[in-house]
Design a protein around this ligand. Structure first.
Ligand code: G1P
Length: 901
């Protein structure tokens, strides 16, 4: 089993011969928006957004075939030719006999370094690729060293095809769009400025200039240019056998213009003569901007190899500081793995859910669910602006409890649904509450619940079932009152509307309707009769948590009442008898959504916090009992689980069967039954036994999302069309597995939770199985390969679980609570485990010392100090540092030491 080799304390790693593993790619991006990815031969692409691809967009399957990509060639005076990226016909043909050429990759956050040693000619070659954190330019910094005893004469060629247009043009007028290209050769390299952006809905003048520039450490500039693909590869040539290099074509001089051809940033530098041991460096800058002055400035900023080295150092520092969480446990590799997990939320913020080779869908945005969940990691690493972000995000909630799903650029910018495909994901109301709760706990800012924000308005009304014929886009995207003013309600009111409207939208089993899907986007074929028990459980948990927040608000605000929109009254104050009645509940929902179909009254009524909270608690209790009574499936002795769904025929989707292979079990229902406190401790034990029997596979990441249903199930969703073990159909889907762990920890099942997390980490780090660089992939498929690497909500949840559950370092109404749930194996040989993080703007190291190596459950807190001052121990399980104490602490180097006995 080949493990990933880490090389420092910041997660940097190396891999030998990465080119011999398929599907590898690595992200390089700037905070300003340039998003590149590179493969071990520097394939991959680079873009600013969907419309602005500098390099040709690639999907995962292009990774083995596409060679229309970054290359740098050396031609020796004896005619031998070397591609520093390894992408020449000769090098590719001998790459599985690596003795002739050694290749090793070193990489860390946003930098990627390939080192190659070739024996004939004897050269040591290195390409460092990175994107400076603060500029939209990708830099290739190349170093060449003569390793022979003789002088070597070499002619270097850069060759980077410039795609320069929208990803849509890949199969929408690829050739026609090349006719728009205007290519110039300049002193520093090649630029392409297409005349217009091709779009049959309306062509627009293009202002974006794409460029590839280069220079050497001796100050040399390109000498001969090959600005079009045809000129560079030559008739019948290819990217791995470009005739311009092999046959030393003349090229064209600086100052040449070419129109209407596929472009390439290809140019030759003057021949160099290297003495034995002597080296030379080159830099290639590639990027795109609408402002030529900006491009000049960028060139200036990186116009020497020294400046480039300084920019690389700064970029490495920048990202190392951003990932300001450090774990120390008995397993240093897992600690480094966590560095990548903590880095991934930044990647998702930059790349959205698009723009890496597996993520060849979407146009760059993030969905509603992702928007909220990505806030979780920000709250732990970079919480400054999260409060404002949360406030803005609530502006996407509609008055009927659904929300906008098209998210525009900039915070709080939600776009109306313009077509008639209105989809309602029934889980959407769940995530805002989870995030807001963490926000309040971490910051103590309970008052956020009182802040007033508008509601989103578009033509969708009555929870996506009707179009509001009275609405037109001129009226704007904010909910208006009958008096034609924008209505604003408290965040608490938004939360109540979301939770309560969901409570009344039930199907024939008195379970929340599935609508067009829940968290599992691929459960999209049961809109009529489908029900999600899984998310009904999750919402039961939400109701309880909202009640807790309301009680906290009451305690802190000193007030006993709040004002709510008049129309909501109908959703409050009922009893169990009504909850039992499907028809009465549906009627209530109908009345409510009808009352706010177009405008609302804007009137308010007063209600006490206490009655609101107990109303929500009653609903949660009713749901719990109802689900426990109706949905529990008994398996073999000591095992059982909850049915997670009803299909479009109204049938329960899960079952126990004595026939081998006939058991149907899904993880989702179990996760939320545990998290939502629907499952009793006894039931949790039975669920774990069942999950271990039917879902767990140690060698491929652990808990799979479901058993093999061996049926297409057109009455449930596209997931059943996927091969078993892929994505939402039975893969080890990291996000759900991590939430399983989170839920288990929350309920005190630490060893069980750790088993789920650890198996994910171990599999990811087992390079021969996962075939990925360190980090958590979206899922592990049935042979254990890590898929859809980097951009996944699993990362935020993994961090959240490790910090707030495993290490138990979390906010509680703004105070800092430390409640470790570490298992014995997580302490190092001295019995120490620690986490470094920021809380309330202060840097902390929390160290647990378990010198007797006791197992979780057998230790209690013996003593605790903060900066060597003893803390009062109120409970055997946890220690609390009050907000006031924290505020008085210095901003850095605070050390809390807790002895476990
Ligand atoms: C992805 C989506 C997420 C969705 C999930 C299951 O998960 O981003 O919104 O809920 O698939 O369909 P992720 O990439 O976050 O792991």
């Amino acid at each position: 089993m080949k493990h990933t080799q880490f090389t420092d304390n910041n997660g940097s790693f190396s891999v030998e011969h990465p080119e011999n593993t398929s599907y590898l790619y690595f992200p390089l991006a700037s905070e300003k928006g340039l998003k590149s990815c590179v493969t071990p031969i520097l394939g991959g692409d680079s873009k600013l957004d969907q419309e602005t691809f500098l390099l040709e967009p690639v999907s995962s399957e292009n990774l083995h075939s596409n060679r229309a990509t970054r290359n740098f060639w050396l031609k020796s005076d004896d005619g031998r030719i070397t591609s520093i990226t390894g992408a020449s016909d000769e090098q590719e043909s001998r790459k599985f006999t690596p003795d002739q050429e050694k290749c090793i990759l070193h990489a860390g956050f946003m930098w990627h370094c390939l080192e190659r040693t070739s024996s004939a000619p004897a050269l040591k070659l290195r390409i460092v690729s990175f994107v400076p954190w603060n500029n939209n330019v990708e830099i290739m910094h190349i170093a060449i060293q003569n390793q022979s005893e003789k002088v070597q004469n070499l002619t270097p060629y850069a060759a980077i095809p410039i795609y320069g247009r929208s990803a849509d043009n890949l199969r929408d007028h690829r050739n026609v769009t090349s006719m728009l290209h205007r290519v110039e050769t300049e002193a520093n390299g090649i630029t392409v400025c297409p005349t217009m952006s091709f779009d049959e809905r309306g062509h627009r003048k293009n202002h974006t200039v794409y460029y590839v520039y280069g220079f050497s450490s001796l100050g040399q500039k390109p000498e001969r240019f090959y600005p079009t693909v045809e000129k560079f590869i030559g008739e019948g040539g290819s990217y791995t056998h470009p005739r311009a290099v092999y046959e030393s074509f003349n090229g064209v001089p600086c100052g040449t213009s070419v129109a209407g051809k596929e472009a390439i940033g290809a140019f030759a530098f003057p021949e160099i003569s290297l003495d034995p041991g002597q080296g030379i460096q080159y830099a290639i800058l590639l990027g795109a901007d609408t402002d030529r002055d900006e491009i000049r400035k960028i060139y200036e900023e990186y116009s020497s190899v020294e400046k480039i080295q300084a920019a690389l150092d700064e970029t490495i520092r920048y990202w190392a500081e951003k990932v300001n969480v450090t774990f120390h446990t008995g397993n240093p590799d897992q600690d480094m793995f966590m560095k990548w997990v903590c880095f991934q939320p930044y990647l998702r913020r930059i790349y959205g859910c698009s723009f890496l080779p597996h993520h060849d869908y979407g146009r760059g945005g993030r969905g509603w669910r992702d928007l909220w969940q990505d806030c979780l990691s920000l709250l732990l690493m970079d919480p400054q602006n999260v409060g404002k972000m949360i406030e803005n995000n609530y502006g996407g909630v509609r008055i009927d409890g659904t929300n906008a799903t098209i998210i525009g650029n900039g915070e709080g910018n939600f776009i109306a649904d313009r077509n008639n495909i209105t989809r309602v994901w029934m889980d959407h109301a769940l995530w805002p509450l989870i995030t807001t709760q963490l926000y309040i706990d971490q910051t103590g800012d309970i008052d956020i619940l009182n802040r007033k924000v508008p509601y989103f308005k578009d033509a969708q009304t009555e929870r996506g079932r009707l179009r509001d014929q009275l609405w037109s886009s001129e009226q704007g995207n904010k909910q208006m009152t009958q008096a034609d003013v924008i209505y604003k309600g408290s965040i608490l009111e938004h939360l109540l509307i979301q939770q309560l409207s969901a409570f009344y939208e039930i199907g024939e089993h008195n379970i929340y309707r599935l609508r067009d899907a829940d968290w599992n986007d691929a459960l999209d074929m049961a809109p009529d009769r489908g029900e999600s028990v899984a998310f009904t459980c999750a919402y039961a948990g939400n109701l309880r948590n909202l009640a807790r927040m309301i009680r906290l608000l009451e305690a802190y605000s000193g007030q006993s009442e709040t004002e709510l929109l008049y129309e909501i009254q109908i959703l409050l104050g009922h009893d169990r008898a009504l909850y039992d009645s499907i028809s009465r509940k549906s009627e209530i929902l109908h009345k409510y959504v009808k009352s706010c179909r177009h405008t609302i009254s804007g009137q308010r009524f007063l209600i006490s916090y206490a009655s609101l909270a107990s109303d929500l608690e009653l609903k949660a209790e009713w749901l719990t009992e109802h689900i426990r009574n109706q949905e529990w499936i008994c398996g073999q002795e000591n095992e059982g689980w909850f049915n997670s769904y009803y299909d479009n025929h109204g049938q329960a989707v899960e079952r126990y069967s004595k026939k081998p292979g006939d058991v149907r079990m899904m993880l989702t229902g179990q996760v939320f039954a545990i998290m939502g406190q629907v499952a009793s401790p006894q039931q949790i034990r039975q669920i774990v036994t069942g999950a271990d029997r039917y879902l767990y596979r140690k060698d491929i990441g652990g808990y799979r999302l479901n058993t093999d249903f061996q049926e297409l199930k057109f009455d449930m969703g596209r997931m059943f069309g996927f091969a078993y073990g892929e994505k939402e159909n039975g893969a080890v889907f990291s996000h759900m597995t991590v939430m399983f762990a989170y839920a288990l920890y929350q309920r005190g099942f630490a060893r069980e939770g750790w088993k789920a997390l650890r198996t994910l980490a171990d599999t990811a780090l087992d390079f021969d199985t996962s075939h990925i660089y360190p980090g958590i992939p979206e899922y592990f498929r049935s042979d254990g390969r890590g898929m859809y690497h980097y951009l996944t909500g699993a990362a935020s949840w993994f961090m959240l679980t490790m910090i707030t559950q495993v290490f138990g370092v979390r906010g509680e109404a703004g105070n800092l609570l430390m409640e470790p749930k570490l298992t014995a194996e997580q302490f190092d040989e001295t019995g120490t485990a620690s986490v470094q993080l920021t809380f309330a703007g202060k840097e902390f190291t929390v160290t647990y010392i378990n010198s007797e190596h006791k197992e979780y459950g057998n230790y209690i807190t013996g003593s605790a100090t903060c900066n060597q001052a003893y803390l009062k121990i109120d409970s055997p399980n946890y220690t609390v540092l009050s907000r006031e104490t924290i505020i008085a602490l210095p901003s850095r180097n605070n050390h809390i030491v807790i002895h476990l006995v």
